[in-house]
Design a protein around this ligand. Sequence first.
Ligand code: KG4
Ligand code: ZN
Length: 342
Amino acid sequence: MIILGFESSCDETGVAAVCTERGLLAHALHTQVAMHASYGGVVPELASRDHVRRVIPLAREVMRASELSLSDLGAIAYTAGPGLAGALLVGASVAQAIAWSLDLPAIPIHHLEGHLLSPRMASPCPEFPFVALLVSGGHTQLMRVDDVGSYTLLGETLDDAAGEAFDKTAKLLGLGYPGGPALAKLAEQGDPSQIVLPRPMLHSHTLDFSFSGLKTAVMTRLKDALLQPVVSPTLQADLAAATQEAIVDVLVAKSVAALVQTGLKRLVVAGGVGANQSLRKRLQAKLVRLQAQAFFPPLELCTDNGAMIAFAAAQRVQRGLADLGAQGHGFNVSPRWDLAQI
Ligand code: KG4
Ligand code: ZN
């Protein structure tokens, strides 16, 4: 079966075609980063309007690239939550309208399920069960994944997400939005040992995280520097490197603790922060010593995209977990939605 999938939960419009047998056929993406940059963060109303503008041209692009006609499609998938309500409604309404007009089933997908199954698009594909470290702009969670649809929360952040910690620190350092990639780039020139930052909850004996203290520590360090006429580029780079190291230290330690606690040997990393090269290198090195294996999505599919939504739907269809029966095409979106409840 070929599934056309739509992602519009935040500031990326993504569309993709995935075949249950052949995998990803084509995907197209538009990121709104440039549009939101001058506001220092996502403006929900602007996000919704831009999704409206982009979604149909992107769908046409995917149909062209995969050489599909509408009659080839077997189902339409879309992100039903969590995310920005107005933004979610764009993808949901377009997907439901297409499904209704073609008399196809529509499959609502949880955004985080999309992220955590996305490493299964790469080769080698992680077999179940595995531990998933979900690190996005809004979420930091460790989950035990026994199969598609079988997710147990092991631990999560009590305040800021890891991506948020990257973004907020980057903002303090004047690196613009979204700050994660910019902070990671600046960190390459810095020396993390020059500045001591806290490793929140590192020794808490739980699998929970807390990152909000990190930005406060950076702010305090910067306040002293701001009394000088200019903040030195060396200090900026050292702060970026120290911040990245503190976040990565905690993510690596908790991921290892989750593997030990569950007795599992496979760790899947998903979500935008999964693109961070320092995290990738440190986890890989650590896991080799534990005779465990780390899996990452293809780099371009770490951040939000339509491929992970169409792919999650395909995995649900293959296991008989998607409702493919007659549907009314009325729909809801769930801006707040716990993955453990699906
Ligand atoms: O998964 P995602 O695209 O969107 C959400 O669902 O939130 O993740 C976006 C987050 C942002 O916080 C962004 O700064 C962070 O991922 N990010 C990175 C990197 N690339 C994206 N953080 C650190 N290093 C990166 N290379
Ligand atoms: Zn995401």
